[in-house]
Design a protein around this ligand. Structure first.
Ligand code: A3P
Length: 319
């Protein structure tokens, strides 16, 4: 999140200077690009993906709103898709690497900082992650037969998680952002990849229209019925569990390996850092549904509920 303005291409600088601007939650300002707020580095990453990324029909994308459980689903989908290549044993890559190092973000990692990555070593089915809103996805992703698993979460828990996470990313001398100030910004949609509600709604609609293309998943549902959801994801991706796998307890093994307790207690996640500098442990906080109750005053909770009700009214979507 630091030094972002220093590594932008001229084309991006020109575009960004024409966009609406607000104070950011961490270091950089946020700008409204194609309807969503982001720091310049993310916007450049999105632009580079839009221009250069070519999807394969067999590609799989995990698309999420930030703090909806991306780290968890990265682990689950990586283990699911690669279960032949990486059986669950002491050598499993998740035991020595953070999920973000195994499943890269398109715009924040692979195509960040004006890089055009060589993806030739990625074996099909390739698994990528992204937070890019649906209408900003590279054209190839929308036009090809690739599949998208979309994960979202209740906005009260998202807000609390994001507020705490971004405060951890701020340099000590910057101090923390207050709950009240960030709450107002979140309600106005001014947060990375915000407005939250628009992000979710656009993918929800797409999942209704194209259920073979977009699988819509809620964090709360995954917590409540992890095995059923994992089986559904496997079916959706065309790699259902065989009878032998079911009998051997493969579903439960994947879920155990990827559980909050297992992942957060691994040495790599307690002490390691991502290449981009964030501490791995910052991605594991409580991992519970409803932790907002420990942080949000009633009026704030009610306000978020009201906005959610209003935004989702008539859509059939509830969070
Ligand atoms: P909390 O801050 O509410 O604890 P993301 O990965 O999208 O950044 O989301 C982070 C949120 O997912 C954090 O929520 C984090 O604790 C939670 N999380 C991380 N790993 C998890 C896991 N294996 N199972 C459940 N939740 C997990």
């Amino acid at each position: 999140y630091l030094q972002q303005e220093e590594i932008l291409e001229q084309e991006c600088i020109a575009l960004i200077s024409s966009l609406p601007k607000e104070k950011g939650w961490v270091a950089s300002h946020l700008y409204k690009y194609q309807g969503f707020w982001n720091p310049p580095r993310h916007i450049q990453g999105i632009m580079t993906c839009q221009e250069h990324f070519e999807a394969r029909d067999s590609d799989v994308f995990l698309v999420t709103t930030p703090k909806s459980g991306t780290t968890w689903l990265k682990a689950v989908m990586f283990t699911l898709i690669n279960r032949m290549q990486y059986p669950i044993n002491q050598e499993h890559p998740l035991l020595s690497k953070n999920p973000h190092d195994l499943v890269p973000f398109l715009e924040i990692k692979l195509y960040a900082d004006n890089q055009i990555p060589d993806l030739s070593s990625f074996k099909s089915p390739r698994l990528f992650a992204t937070h890019i809103p649906i209408f900003s996805l590279p054209k190839f992703v929308r036009d090809s037969s690739c599949k998208l698993v979309y994960l979202c979460r209740n906005p009260k828990d998202i807000f609390v998680s994001l507020w705490q996470f971004t405060n951890k990313l701020r340099l000590q001398e910057m101090g923390s952002n207050s709950l009240g100030e960030t709450f107002d910004m979140f309600c106005r949609g001014v947060n990375i990849y915000g407005p939250f509600w628009d992000h979710v709604l656009e993918y929800w609609k797409e999942s209704m229209e194209k259920p073979h293309k977009v699988f819509f998943l809620k964090y709360e549902n995954m917590k409540e019925r992890p095995a059923d959801n994992l089986r559904c994801i496997a079916e959706f991706l065309g790699c259902p569990f065989s009878n032998e796998e079911e009998e051997s307890g493969m579903v439960e093994q994947i879920l155990k390996l990827c559980s909050f307790d297992t992942l957060s207690n691994l040495e790599i996640n307690r002490t390691g850092r991502l290449a981009s500098g964030e501490e791995n442990k910052a991605f594991f906080r409580r991992g519970e549904v409803g932790d907002w109750k420990n942080h949000l005053p009633t009026e704030m909770a009610q306000k978020l509920d009201q906005i959610t009700e209003q935004k989702f009214s008539g859509t059939g979507l509830k969070l």
